[in-house]
Design a protein around this ligand. Structure first.
Ligand SMILES: [Zn+2]
Length: 427
């Protein structure tokens, strides 16, 4: 007997109230992905869009029609792209009630399914369940938890002069954040002593902090002047401990000298394009050869200027100029550039728009960075970011062609994750 098929038609009309979209929260356990025929889609292949039938079988893509099709989704000629990603987030584990849920909704509304948190308070199991983290109904995120820095570092100066006064980590002080949001490590003995506490956070990767290891000229607010963070020796010791534990190491860099210490010291990822000093051709080539991804984090330095604390404006302007030059060197030498916003106020929409405005990348390259390279850098062992046989069946259906008009990336008609359709609903 032929099974009755349900056909879902997707309206081409722009969704109403897109700014207050939330997503239907149906328990994952109650929904089985089943076998779905995805018809009339134009699928991004890395260069252009191709019309082809596609199937989602128990959450994975296949080109082969399964024997049983439970339902058909008519994509109505939509442009289908891989979901986007933010490789440098600070939106979670801020200790602010309701913030995790608000930022998780914001990410999903903007089509950002994959997030890498480069510094956060560890989240409890209940915190994670509340935002359906790492389920088909929520974002997927990897967390560094604490940042590894030195005593009295530039990170401390940031927290004291800007982060805490902005209302992040309410109720915490520099003292109570110690050994939770950051670890202070000045030498190898201290690293060895604190390493079990670091591992006890069950970090998905290790975040380290370098700051002007080369004493590059820096224009910053007084609290940051003369500050440093990990020494190159301690940094290298952390890399070897982390690699022995099977953990990747992401590195905060601000100068070209920090970049050199990071790359030569075995970094797995650079968390910021450095803004002070010029990254050498030799280091760019080495980063490319080793496949070390470099996260952009540029738009927040570009403004709007009233969003940048007055004390930081000179540093932001100088850092942006330097980072823009270094981005060109890195991109021209084949470095894997990935997208990250580095602020809860942007899900990477502004970051992507800023990168697009530089004219260094065409729209296809932008889509590959945002939807393929960035997700794969966050989750290197998963089959995501492309429409290939056996890959996770996740995509965004866009109302218009993002190769012709970049603004089409904001016109998301449908979100589909791991074989399940996310239903947009008004909040
Ligand atoms: Zn950051």
């Amino acid at each position: 007997m032929k099974k009755r098929q349900r056909t879902v038609l997707v309206s081409t009309a722009p969704l109403l109230l897109t700014t207050i979209l939330a997503l239907a929260q149906v328990a994952a356990q109650t929904r089985s992905p089943g076998n779905i025929a995805l018809v009339n889609g134009q699928w991004f292949d890395g260069q252009s869009f191709e019309r082809k039938p596609m199937y989602s079988v128990e959450g994975r893509f296949t080109f082969k029609k399964p024997q049983r099709v439970d339902r058909t989704i008519d994509l109505n000629n939509a442009w289908i792209v891989p979901p986007f990603a933010d490789a440098h987030s600070h939106s979670f584990g801020l200790g602010i009630p309701g913030a995790d849920a608000k930022y998780a909704r914001g990410y999903l509304a903007d089509g950002v399914f994959y997030v890498q948190s480069q510094g956060n308070l560890p989240m409890t199991v209940a915190d994670r369940m509340a935002i359906r983290l790492n389920t088909p109904e929520g974002i997927d995120a990897a967390f560094s938890n604490a940042t590894l820095t030195s005593h009295n570092s530039a990170l401390h100066a940031f927290f004291a002069s800007m982060i805490l006064p902005q209302g992040m980590f309410p109720g915490y002080t520099l003292e109570t954040l110690n050994n939770v949001r950051y670890f202070e490590i000045d030498n190898e003995q201290e690293l060895n002593r604190k390493w079990p506490l670091i591992l006890a956070q069950k970090n998905d990767f290790i975040k380290t902090y370098l700051w002007l290891t080369d004493n590059a000229p820096f224009v910053g607010p007084p609290p940051l002047m003369g500050k440093h963070a990990l020494t190159p020796d301690v940094f290298r010791a952390i890399v070897s401990q982390a690699h022995a534990a099977g953990l990747r190491v992401s590195v905060h860099t601000i100068s070209a000298g920090d970049f050199k210490v990071a790359i030569e010291g075995g970094a797995d990822e650079i968390a910021h394009i450095p803004g002070f000093g010029n990254v050498s051709l030799e280091m760019a080539t080495l980063a490319a050869k080793r496949g070390v991804p470099v996260v952009t984090t540029m738009a927040q330095k570009a403004g709007p200027v009233d969003k940048i604390p007055p004390a930081m404006r000179a540093a932001a302007a100088a850092g942006l100029l330097g980072a823009t030059n270094n981005l060109k060197t890195l991109a021209a030498n084949g470095v894997n550039i990935i997208i990250g916003a580095d602020t809860p106020t942007d899900t990477t929409i502004a970051e992507a728009a800023y990168l697009k405005s530089l004219g260094t990348f065409d729209n296809a390259a932008m889509l590959r960075m945002w939807g393929t390279a960035t997700p794969l850098a966050i989750f290197p062992n998963r089959k995501i970011g492309a429409f290939k046989e056996g890959y996770e069946a996740s995509f965004l259906a866009l109302d218009a062609d993002p190769l012709a008009d970049w603004a089409a990336t904001k016109r998301i008609r449908m979100r589909f994750k791991q074989g399940l359709l996310m239903e947009p609903v008004a909040q």
